[in-house]
Design a binder for this molecule. Structure first.
Ligand code: NAD
Ligand code: ZN
Length: 359
């Protein structure tokens, strides 16, 4: 069976496209209780963007600090309850921020129409009712959360997405101007998530002409942004990275991620490392698995003067390593993609623990 995946319904791309937000949501305002919920990265609270939200007095605006931890089921449930108590069902939800805000906005839109805790819906196709209209506006490029079919949440048991067709945004606004203020380290880590998505998508049994076309184009864009003579954080490269992010995610949607992401989930779930930073810490040590990709990655690290932590595993005891490896081990579809049908002979718990010991 081939994947029959849902794509974003509408996309607008271009510098200044953010100014079209008010006009885009105008026709949707007739739905439900005729107001919008804005979920905005707290970084923008005292920036000019906060004055340009094109919101009406009846709209609810939440500024959320995404730095302390990755989005949680509890956070989404609390937000949903607050919204419904204050104004009832909104016309739609708008997320403005990075991957964390994209995931919170997607999850809240679903949880407004599905009762109980979001913990109940962590997994594939568990959501029963379509959410309200939701619109994503990324302000940092790389995770591809703006296009993916999942809203990744950390719950009491699992770090797992609400994954289904209803999760996909109805509309995204891709305005590279919004990424101008991203600091160099975050620009690097999050952009490298795209690069790693593509390398992993390309190297595995789920690869196909569709996933490959997107991966190869996105890899080329990443090299222009981080490696070639015109590399660096320039407006032109911000445009390219925003497109690469979308393409990288489309590539992995039609293929799969691999070893780096499997290990990354363990590191994030047990020790709370952020997704993109965790990927960078891990990927540098996977030269035997992804030789070409890791070699270029290391050159990009050097060229952009990024310092990645070394020797982390020295601080970890056996129990921590086992806990992380168990999370990673329980992502068989990633190991299968990376190592083939006989992946169980390679990706044993001990093998995975040894990958953690490299870090
Ligand atoms: P993020 O949303 O966590 O933000 C990273 C940092 O960048 C924050 O400090 C934020 O305030 C700051 N920031 C964002 N935009 C900025 C701007 N324009 N100027 C200055 N600072 C800005 O970062 P991320 O790396 O995009 O997202 C990580 C999250 O995405 C994780 O929770 C991960 O699980 C999730 N994720 C989801 C998917 C998916 O398909 N749904 C895929 C990969 C990762
Ligand atoms: Zn990723």
């Amino acid at each position: 069976m081939y994947k029959n995946f849902k794509n974003i319904e509408k996309i607008v791309f271009g510098r200044g496209a953010f100014s079209q937000l008010g006009e885009i949501i105008e026709p949707i305002r007739t739905q439900n209780n005729r107001y919008f919920v804005y979920i905005v990265d707290n970084y923008f609270k005292d920036k000019t963007l906060a004055q340009k939200l094109q919101n009406l007095p009846e709209d609810l605006v939440y500024f959320i600090d995404v730095d302390p931890y990755e989005p949680t089921t509890e956070q989404v449930d609390t937000l949903r309850d607050d919204i419904l108590t204050k104004r009832g069902l909104p016309s739609g939800v708008i997320g403005i921020g990075g991957g964390s805000i994209m995931d919170i906005a997607k999850a809240v839109s679903l949880m407004l129409t599905n009762s109980g805790s979001s913990v109940l819906y962590q997994g594939l196709n568990l959501i029963k009712n379509p959410g309200v209209y939701h619109l994503g506006i990324p302000t940092i490029s790389g995770t591809g959360a703006e296009v993916s079919m999942t809203a990744v949440l950390t719950g009491p048991e699992k770090k797992l997405g609400l994954k289904c067709e209803y999760t996909v945004f109805n509309q995204v606004i891709l305005d590279p101007e919004l990424t101008a203020t991203v600091p160099i380290d975050k620009w690097f880590y999050t952009g490298m998530d795209t690069y790693i998505h593509c390398i992993e998508s390309e190297q595995g049994i789920n690869k196909n002409a569709f996933s490959s076309a997107y991966a190869q184009q996105a890899i080329q864009l990443c090299e222009e942004v981080y490696l070639n003579e015109k590399s660096g954080k320039t407006p032109e490269n911000d445009d390219k990275l925003m497109v690469a992010s979308l393409m990288g995610a489309l590539s992995l949607t039609y293929s799969e991620v691999g070893v780096c992401h499997a290990i990354s989930y363990g590191l994030s779930k047990i020790l709370g490392y952020k997704h993109c930073f965790a990927n960078c810490i891990i990927f540098q040590h996977l030269e035997d698995i992804y030789p070409e990709g890791v070699k270029k990655f290391k050159t990009m690290v050097e060229k952009n003067q990024i310092q990645l932590p070394q020797g982390l595993s020295k601080e970890w005891n056996e129990d921590t390593i086992t806990a992380m490896a168990t999370v990673s081990y329980n992502l068989p579809f990633m190991w299968r993609h990376a190592f083939g049908e006989n992946y169980q002979n390679i990706a044993t718990l001990e093998y995975i623990k040894n990958l953690f010991r490299r870090l």
